[in-house]
Write a protein that binds this ligand. Structure first.
Ligand SMILES: Cc1cc2nc3c(=O)[nH]c(=O)nc-3n(C[C@H](O)[C@H](O)[C@H](O)COP(=O)(O)O)c2cc1C
Length: 382
């Protein structure tokens, strides 16, 4: 018991109770946000970020501490890195997977801990397609041949990602159906593990994006050619996730809103897709990233460089969006929300560098709704 307020002492119960002070008008960044039955305490989301630290696709203490620290650091949504639906879906041999129950159970304790800290636990599901089977960034991100611990890769077409990359096996009708079954099974396990939001990874040149972009899809069947055919695998993937993911839990979709290459997928395609998704009401938010499908891309990188993509999709399709990419200044993040350019601020490297970014941003923006965990309360001087 805590003698001062007659409440159970959170340091003994293991829970992080947070003292809510008298409410002031909140900055947008710290206003709660609701999707279906899930409400997050603020609009800051930890972006999915591979840690390349798993063995056999299993999450371990690294993942618990990494994601747990961002939850205690005050983020509203804490997302896992891309979690892969079959062994050959992994980007590297050290990426996370969710094709068996052991992997589900390893993720479960992380989802539970994140939720105990007041954050919404989210999981990103993905398949790297022709960009799978590469070394870790610190090993050079080069393709690993099957004889050296890699594996044969699959894609929408036989086109390799770049010179020197392997020729993928083009998925046939049976292969596509098998992918949807794997996605359904991973979705079921994600729910059993206790995640409250699922993000489908359709960005960065990975498998779904390989179907979307004319740069990587030269099929002449019902999955290639026209816009409607190229989005078919994505729509079927969304349908599949929704058939397993509870109606009252949100589904996010990460797309590359443009390939940044002439003749590739572009912002007009993204807006057209977003309008279809808005009408279907299965996807709750589009996480607007960009690039990754072609090494010829020219990305105009500067703070907030992907905000215009989010803004166009949100305002033209009327669907909620998240924006990501060099948004590390709290004032910039706040102004993006205030301008109506996005509904969520998604942070990657800023939260790697500083797990308590949300708590510091609350101080900068004079919000009192993001108090330090009681265990860390005395660091509130910073
Ligand atoms: C180490 C690292 C790993 C990443 N892994 C993923 C991933 O698993 N899934 C994904 O969609 N994006 C991934 N990304 C991209 C980030 O989620 C984010 O979109 C990007 O870093 C831009 O945001 P930032 O400027 O806030 O870092 C990764 C980025 C980094 C730095």
């Amino acid at each position: 018991m805590n003698a001062k307020n007659n409440q159970p002492d959170s340091r003994q119960t293991g829970e992080t109770s947070r003292r809510i002070l008298k409410r002031d008008p909140q900055p947008n960044l710290f206003k709660p946000i609701t999707f279906r039955k899930i409400t997050a305490r603020n609009r800051i989301m930890l972006s999915p970020m591979c840690q390349y630290s798993a063995k056999d696709g299993l999450a371990d203490d690294w993942h618990l501490v990494h994601l747990g620290a961002r939850a205690t650091g005050g983020a509203g949504f804490v997302f896992t890195e891309a979690v892969h639906i079959e062994p050959r879906a992994r980007i590297t041999p050290h990426c996370l997977g969710l094709w068996n129950d052991e992997q589900r159970d390893a993720l479960k304790r992380i989802a539970e801990f994140v939720a105990q800290q007041g954050a919404v636990p989210g999981i990103q599901l993905g398949h790297a397609g022709r960009k799978a089977s590469v070394g870790r960034p610190w090993e050079g991100t080069r393709p690993i041949a099957p004889d050296y611990g890699g594996w044969p890769v699959i894609s929408a077409s036989n086109k390799p990602y770049a010179d020197g990359w392997p020729e993928p096996e083009k998925l046939g009708r049976k292969g596509i159906d098998q992918q949807l079954e794997l996605l359904a099974a991973a979705t079921r396990r994600a729910h059993q593990a206790g995640f409250q939001v699922l993000e489908l990874h359709a960005a960065h040149g990975y498998l779904i994006h390989q179907f979307l972009s004319p740069l990587s899809n030269d099929r002449d069947d019902e999955y290639g050619g026209s816009f409607d055919n190229r989005i078919r695998f994505l729509l079927q993937s969304i349908e599949t996730v929704r058939s397993e993911w509870p109606e009252n839990l949100p589904l996010f979709l990460r797309i590359s809103a443009t390939d940044w290459v002439e003749g590739g997928w572009n912002i007009d395609d993204s807006i057209r897709l977003a309008k279809i998704l808005k009408t279907a009401s299965q996807v709750d938010l589009i996480d607007c990233s960009s690039g990754g499908s072609d090494p010829r891309q020219k990305i105009p990188i500067h703070p907030g460089y992907q905000v215009p993509l989010s803004s166009a999709i949100k305002n033209e399709a009327g669907i909620a969006t998240g924006t990501v990419g060099l948004l590390h200044g709290p004032d910039l993040a706040e102004s993006v929300l205030a301008n109506g350019d996005a509904d969520l601020i998604i942070l990657g490297r800023a939260l790697l560098a500083d797990p308590v970014w949300p708590l510091r941003a609350a101080k900068t923006l004079k919000s009192n709704s993001a108090p330090w965990p009681v265990q860390y309360e005395r660091s509130d001087i910073f």
